[in-house]
Design a protein around this ligand. Structure first.
Ligand SMILES: NC(=O)c1ccc[n+]([C@@H]2O[C@H](COP(=O)([O-])OP(=O)(O)OC[C@H]3O[C@@H](n4cnc5c(N)ncnc54)[C@H](O)[C@@H]3O)[C@@H](O)[C@H]2O)c1
Length: 256
């Protein structure tokens, strides 16, 4: 096991851990020596991803755990945290990566239920999981929360009003919680990627995807590994003087 920038024996929860970015972050954190709990709505995928990571862990016992959860559901999140802490004994890092693009339609044509579901998966989830993580982090004397926002939350993508509003909410939530916990050992930051090459892109129309790619000066999508590299630093001791901040990952697109 390589010694990375994160301390060994810490425990990281990654929501959406079976997805493109979540899985890459889990693999990176595990490579850095953390034990990882992959939380996902897709139970089978969570267990398969955890089993793959456990094999990579070179026989280290209980290094990766798959946990079935609906991050929009309060009881489910509470149960997932109990399962994780019972298994690993702690929670030091939370990566809020579960998300969905939601309805791609003009506001006038958007259904309330789909709009609300998108807000719940992307924003309510961050509140529920972060709230569940604070007590174990304070008890452990170390905490890092990393939220996956999006450049959509800064700029507003057309016909993606729910997603853009939810991600703007994640950015503001991060600022608020970061300030709230500034005098504790817990740091709270978020990442605002532009297009990253993952299965999430299949939820976008070809036209919306092409329009997003055209705005990137580097003329390519980012990789999940590039997101994982930044998340690993944000989850580490080295991220000590940043909290409540939004870190861009946009191939040169974001300028503020
Ligand atoms: N891929 C991109 O271009 C991009 C860009 C900016 C931001 N992001 C954000 O990064 C995060 C990860 O995106 P990704 O590309 O890995 O997406 P993905 O679709 O590959 O993975 C998302 C994961 O979240 C899980 N999930 C969905 N709803 C859930 C729920 N209610 N409870 C638990 N798990 C649930 C899914 O099962 C899936 O495994 C998301 O928050 C997304 O909005 C992605």
């Amino acid at each position: 096991m390589s010694a990375g920038i994160s301390a060994t024996q810490r425990v990281a929860v990654i929501t959406g851990g079976a997805g493109g970015i979540g899985r890459a972050i889990a693999a990176r954190l595990q490579r850095d020596g953390l034990r990882v709990a992959l939380w996902d709505l897709d139970e089978r995928a969570a267990h398969e991803a955890a089993a793959e990571l456990a094999e990579l862990a070179d026989g280290a016992p209980r290094a990766a755990l798959g946990v079935h959860v609906d991050v929009t559901d309060e009881k489910s999140v509470t149960a997932a945290m109990q399962t994780t802490v019972a298994h690993f004994g702690a929670c030091h890092v939370l990566i809020n990566s579960a998300g969905t693009t939601g309805p791609i339609a003009p506001v006038a044509d958007s259904e309330l239920a789909a709009w609300q579901r998108c807000i719940d998966v992307n924003l309510r989830s961050v509140f529920l999981c972060s709230r569940a993580a604070v007590a174990p982090m304070l008890a452990a004397g170390f905490g890092r929360i990393v939220n996956l926002a999006s450049i959509a939350g800064k700029e507003g993508n057309p016909s993606m009003s729910a997603y853009s509003a939810a991600k703007a909410g994640v950015i503001a939530f991060t600022k608020s919680m970061g300030k709230e916990l500034a005098l504790t050992p817990v740091r709270v930051n978020c990442i605002a990627p532009a297009v990253i090459d993952t299965p999430l892109l299949q939820q976008m129309t070809p036209a919306a995807l092409a329009a997003s790619l055209a705005k990137i000066p580097m003329q390519r999508a980012g990789t999940a590994g590039e997101v994982a590299a930044l998340a690993a630093w944000l989850a580490s001791d080295e991220c000590s003087f940043s909290s409540g901040a939004t870190f861009d990952l946009s191939g040169g697109r974001a300028t503020y």
